[in-house]
Structure formats: structure tokens, C-alpha cells
Design a protein around this ligand. Sequence first.
Ligand code: ADP
Length: 415
Amino acid sequence: MINSIVPNVDAVRLARMVEVSRELSSTNDLDTLLKLIISEAAALTNAESASILLLDRHTRELRFKATSGEMSPEMADTPVPLNNSIAGAVLQSNEPMIIHDVSRDPRWNSQVDQAINFRTGSILGVPMHDDARPVGVLESINKQSGAFTDEDVNILGILADLAGVAVERARLIEELRRANQQLAELDRLKSDFIALASHELRTPLSIILGYVSFLRDEASPEMAKQLDSVLRAAVRLRSLMQDMFNLKYVDAGEATLNAADFDMVDLVRDLIAQRDETAFAKQQTVNLQLPAEPLPVLADRGMIEVVVSNLFNNAIKFTPEGGRIDVTLERRDGELWLCVSDSGIGIPEDQLERIFNRFYQVEPHLRRHHEGMGLGLAIAKELVELHQGRIWAKSRVGEGSHFFVALPLHTGHAS
Ligand code: ADP
């Protein structure tokens, strides 16, 4: 056989194969890949046309996936059974097959020919696999002159081997892309649901808060005590919903970032003054260490307030009665550093990164002593990163925690 191969033709074909192999490995789109394979199959075997049939993993039938020229819908929809078809015989025997005249072969089904007005004479079919797994059949149809040769079998076999791997890779990429799309869609639905629920719950909760405050002012001392409990629960609920609502803020990302120039020292001083009532109620000492000079930032004030409040609220929440909280702000190498430290319960070293993931909490959900949804730090991190900043924590169990935020200082001119 080797003797019958014209050397320069073989060299040309091999050179083309190398080129095709390069193209196959750099193409991930299944349709483009299939078109490339059939056009090369026809050219390399000097055939009138070519087709690819891929094995449907669920129904175990072969289906036309590509053919030279336009593929009619009838052709794409017609399943080719594994038994009693030429392509099926190629796949099952796992051997190449030459049929010189299909009209004499009892396995030949002329339905497709009739549907697309084509006349098949000869076929060279080779199996395609990915590793050892059969994935389909590559066929060259109607040798232009003479009959299909052993060299055609070899060259189509090599192309089918390369094609099998490339097609499976493209299929996997396609599946991954689809799975990713589904995940993104689920994530969007979840965020939309959270935003909608928190938004819808806000109005009735405000009404409850308003009426309870009013009733409390009018109530007897005994009743006032009970109404205080209702008020506390409603305020707690409002803060949980605020976390849920802030998530929407984060998911919208830069689209909602409303940057303005302001002084961080002012913001921290005001915010801590507004919030330290809760710390006071727990007899905690709050220490503020702020620089005398202003620290200007170009940022979204609302978002930075969420970051500082989340850290401060956590410090209060995870520090027992009578504990200490330190909030410091300083300038460091062209950055602004905020540190919120507490003398609270601390965080195990191996969880210092994970606490910034959405819904992550150190205490197991069913044995929690502290309220919350595990969103505060995730929101803080995403908001800080939206401002090109960094956030991290240092802590030892039983010895308290330090949370740091570094943000770029605004110098007034582009750096
Ligand atoms: P939440 O406070 O609503 O649970 P966060 O995202 O704010 O959610 O915090 C995640 C977890 O990190 C908390 O549940 C807690 O286990 C831990 N954590 C956060 N801040 C502190 C802190 N200052 N001291 C101890 N643990 C903390």
C-alpha cells in the first residue's frame, strides 16, 4: 500500500493535517468546529461531500450534526439507529468502512438522500472517539474519481481522532457555559428575591415601629417595659432587613457608586456618635482615636457608612458587656487606614478569610447566640473593593479582634 502512495501528495496532505490539527485545538465553538471538520474531510479524501453524525448519549442514536452545504431540518431531525445503518455499523465495529455502492447495501437508508435531493454513491466512514469512548462517525461521501483508498482511510482516521477530542472539548465547554449561565441566573433571582422581600417588608415594619413608639410614650410604666421588648425586636428586624437591602446595593456595583469628596474623620466621628448608644447599653467603652487633620476620600458616602457601621456593629455584638471597642483612623503611605478593634470573643485563625464570604458565620447556625445573617462583612468587603480598597482581620480566640480597612486618599489630582 505504502508503495502506491504518491510521495508529494502524501506530504501535502500531512502538512494540511498539521494545519488542521492546530485549527481544531484553537476552536471551541462546536458549530465552527463541525464545519471545519467536514470541509477538511471532503478536501483531504477528495470527496464530493462529508458529514458528521454524533452519538446522543441519552437515546444512543446517531444524529447528523453537520454536512457539506446547508443541513435541512429533516436531516438534522432524522435519528440514525445504531442497528441496521452504515454509520451505526462503523460506530459499533469501531472500524473504518468503505462502501463502494450504497444502493447494494441492505443497511443503506435512502430517506435522507430523498429529503435533501442528493444521490449517495460511495461512503467512507470512520469512528470518532474521545479517549476510548465512541462519540460519533465521520463520513466522506462520493469519491470524486475512482474509489476510496487505504490512504483515504488513514487520513480520515487521523482527522476523526483529532475531531473526536475537539468535539468533546467543545461540548464540555458548551455545557460549562450553560451551567454558568444557569448559576448566574439563579444568583440574580436570589438577589432579586432578597431585595424585593426586604423592600416589601420595610413599609409594614415602619408602621409597627411608629405605632409601638407612640404607644410606649402613652403607656403605663409596666406596659412600657413590654413595649420596649417589642420595639427592640422591631429594631433588630430592621437591621437584618437593612443587611438584605444592602446586598442589592452591592450587586448593582459600580452602576450605583455615587462618588463625592468628603472627610473620613467627620464621617467616622458622626457615625460612631450616632451608634454608640447600643455600646453604652452594654456598658462597653468606646474609644475614638482620630487625627486632627482631615482625611479626604473620593467615595460613595452611603457605601462607606455601611462599611463602618457593619464593623462597629459587629464589634458591639461580639464583645461581652463591659468590654472595650477602639476605633482609629490614620494616614499611612498615601492611604487611609481605619481600624475597629474589640476585646470580644475573637475569631479562629483559619476562619479569618471565610468570614468575608456571604452568609458565612463562625458559630453553627443552629447553635447561634448572636443574631445576624452573615452578610455584614461580605457587603463591607465588596463595597471596599468597589473603592479599590482592602479589608482584612486579625484576631485570636478569646482575645478580641481587629478589623482593618485601607482606602486610597483623595489628593485632589489624578495620580
Ligand atoms: P453577622 O454578624 O450578621 O453574622 P457578618 O458578615 O458581619 O455577619 O460576620 C460574619 C461572622 O464573622 C459573624 O457571624 C461572626 O462569626 C464573625 N465576626 C464578625 N465580626 C466579628 C467580631 N468583631 N468578633 C468576633 N467575630 C466576628
